[in-house]
Design a protein. Structure first.
Length: 237
């Protein structure tokens, strides 16, 4: 039995979800309503020998069929199978990298967003983790839906079959522990669209992410100091 308290990724908290997926190298909270992950939580892997990404996209058969995404849902949709836990973050072994290609870890992303600013942010987080003063870097990310805006979907034309809503935006919250025992927090909200703006444009208070995504982040951290950290916007590293 997987106990959340025994997983390193959940040391600082784990949000609720319809189904918690305890993978070997990351934890994911799946939403039956949205037919995709509500959040994905990982520790950035410091050991990266640069294995080639496997690209073995496949359904996650642990999810009930009526809520499960399939490869055909993305075919000719015009949207990328966008990683939440990035392939390049988990490359110590082939098995570790393969896990990131489960469709439960995918969300429909506009191609220029996925291959552009979202990828840039993933790269910058890995750069943060490589800094000598950083001991460990925790990352949680997921989709955001604005219900006062149109929400389109991909997937089957038959309304009785699975369709996957396209997120309006995505969040990423980064919690880094440095060699002085200090916790540093950064959070981002990024529209699901191409952008040439700088990454720091998308920095927001973590409390705003919680409101928009409908989840509690890093809830095992408590106290006035943490409340202030969640409410502030820290400059990028």
């Amino acid at each position: 039995m997987n106990l959340p308290s025994l997983r390193r990724e959940t040391r600082y908290g784990m949000p609720a979800a319809d189904q918690i997926m305890f993978n070997r190298h990351y934890v994911l909270g799946y939403s039956y309503y949205f037919r995709q992950a509500k959040w994905a939580l990982e520790i950035i892997d410091p050991d990266n020998p640069g294995l080639d990404r496997l690209d073995n996209f496949r359904p996650d058969y642990r999810i009930p069929e009526m809520f499960r995404a399939d490869l055909v849902d993305y075919t000719s949709s015009g949207y990328d199978r966008g990683h939440l836990v990035a392939s390049a973050n988990q490359r110590e072994t082939e098995l570790q990298n393969s896990e990131t290609f489960l469709l439960s870890n995918m969300s429909p992303q506009e191609p220029q967003f996925n291959r552009g600013i979202w990828k840039d942010l993933e790269t910058r987080v890995r750069e943060l983790d490589r800094k000598s003063r950083i001991l460990e870097t925790y990352v949680i990310c997921g989709p955001i839906f604005y219900f006062d805006q149109p929400v389109e979907s991909i997937g089957a034309d038959d309304p009785n079959e699975v369709t996957i809503p396209i997120p309006n935006a995505y969040f990423k919250s980064v919690l880094a522990e440095n060699n002085r025992g200090t916790l540093l927090m950064w959070s981002f909200v990024m529209p699901n669209e191409d952008s040439d703006q700088s990454l720091d444009t998308f920095l927001v208070p973590t409390t705003l992410v919680e409101k928009l995504a409908g989840i509690k982040l890093w809830q095992r951290l408590t106290g006035k100091k943490i409340d202030r950290e969640k409410s502030r916007v820290r400059r990028m590293w």
